[in-house]
Design a protein around this ligand. Structure first.
Ligand code: ATP
Ligand code: MG
Length: 402
């Protein structure tokens, strides 16, 4: 068996290439340069410095700036970006002690949108931007374990660990609950699960979202008999939940059809998620109390071909540049003709997998080349150009077309 190791050539923190820094210390899957080591040292030894960085992040937040940050990584989805940035800013305004105002309700967010449109990416990117502890959890794992209470505790334990074991910071954190459509009452995944129904999980989450006191072990793990336990109040924790809600469009269409009594009513306007009402979500299988705790419903739209091309080749850390970097390690240049990119995007649109489909398309086309990279270099072939025909008929590993 051969072990494949990829040598890290850039700092995982600032992204600078090893040629541009004095030293690059490489660990298992991460690397840090001498400049970042010094910066970390300054932060650790100068508490005032560390404090001002944090202070700025949570009390001087501006929705426009959050939006701009999200724009670097996420294409389109403007409505979702705006709703998310405003909700985040309001949340921290609400809980900041200086301006505490009970009039502002906690605005937990529900994100609905087809697969591969950026729900999880949005959540991740915004949390990374904020200097607050955050956890992302898949709602289906709450179903699978079978012991709902324990899992909820586990979620808060993870948040506590992410906060550096600070009760105060944990209580201001963010929890992203993904795939929440899978815990609906009628969903197939709920019916095949054992004794815990989707409804049961929703019930357990209600208290957590609303605000409850949750006991976890002081070590950050689950509470076990005899261990010191601490109490976390979840009232000020922001919850963002997301799901693809496959089939919700039919519910919306049926409702529109039912209420549009007029002759020749236009049903085509019942776009997938635009017109979603709390009642539609209840019909889908969420319990009314759960829906009621997410006053901010955000719809993400399907991505069109032009947006998919931007995702492929222009956003920060896009797929094309990732593969170019990978080829570059073998000193081979990788180029895509623009028609090839258009074709990749077209195929992803046809597959209805959103941006999720882009990577599998790229892999399909590039694997034969990556297999042969060392061989190319030996032969003096230092450039690979991908044209449209290769997208439709990728090369085989022997260098022939299929
Ligand atoms: N709007 C977008 N802009 C940039 N990249 C995107 C966008 N949407 C999706 N992607 C890319 O596609 C991948 C999958 O996206 P993501 O995980 O956010 O999808 P999702 O909406 O959560 O889908 P699912 O419902 O299947 O969980 C991401 O890693 C990201 O690279
Ligand atoms: Mg997701």
């Amino acid at each position: 068996m051969t072990n494949i190791t990829v040598e890290l050539a850039s700092c995982s923190f600032c992204g600078k290439h090893k040629d541009r820094v004095g030293n690059l210390i490489v660990g298992d899957g991460v690397a840090i340069c001498n400049e970042c080591v010094h910066l970390c040292q300054d932060l650790l030894t100068d508490p005032e410095h560390a404090k001002t960085v944090k202070h700025k992040k949570t009390t001087q937040l501006n929705p426009r700036e959050i939006h701009q940050h999200l724009d670097q990584y996420i294409v389109g989805q403007d409505a979702a970006k705006i709703a998310l940035s405003v909700a985040i800013v309001n949340h921290y305004k609400r809980i900041s002690s200086a301006t505490r105002n009970t009039q502002i309700q906690k605005a937990n967010i529900l994100m609905i949108g087809p697969t591969g449109t950026g729900k999880t990416l949005l959540a991740r990117t915004v949390a990374e931007y904020l200097d607050v502890p955050f956890v992302i959890t898949d709602a289906t794992t709450l179903t699978e374990a079978g012991y709902v209470g324990d899992d909820v505790e586990n979620l808060i334990s993870r948040l506590y660990r992410a906060s550096g074991n600070s009760i105060e910071r944990t209580q201001r954190g963010i929890v992203f609950l993904d795939e929440v459509d899978k815990i609906s009452r009628k969903s197939e995944s709920a019916t095949i699960s054992r004794d815990v129904s989707g409804e049961g999980v929703q019930q357990a989450l209600l208290k957590l979202v609303e605000g409850t006191r949750c006991k976890i072990s002081a070590g950050g793990g689950r509470k076990s008999p005899g261990s010191d336990s601490i109490e976390i109040d979840t009232t000020d924790i922001l919850f963002v939940v997301g799901g693809a809600f496959v089939g919700l469009d039919t519910i919306v269409k049926n409702r529109v059809r039912g209420t549009a009594m007029g002759f020749g009513a236009d049903f085509s306007t019942a776009d997938q998620t635009d017109a979603v009402t709390p009642d539609d979500l209840v019909r889908y299988g969420l319990i009314p109390e759960f829906v009621g705790r997410f006053p901010s419903t955000v719809s993400l739209q399907s991505l069109d071909q032009a947006q998919l091309i931007t995702i492929l080749s222009q956003v920060k850390n896009n797929l094309v540049s990732q593969y170019q970097w990978l080829f570059g390690l073998d000193e081979v240049e990788l180029e895509f003709e623009s028609e090839a990119l258009t074709e990749v995007a077209e195929r992803a649109v046809a597959n209805r997998t959103g941006a999720r489909g882009l990577q599998s398309e790229m892999e399909r086309v590039l694997i034969p080349h990556m297999y042969n990279l060392a061989h190319y270099r030996e032969q003096g072939q230092l450039k690979v150009v991908i044209d449209k025909s290769q997208i439709n008929t990728p090369m085989t590993c022997n260098g022939n077309t299929q």
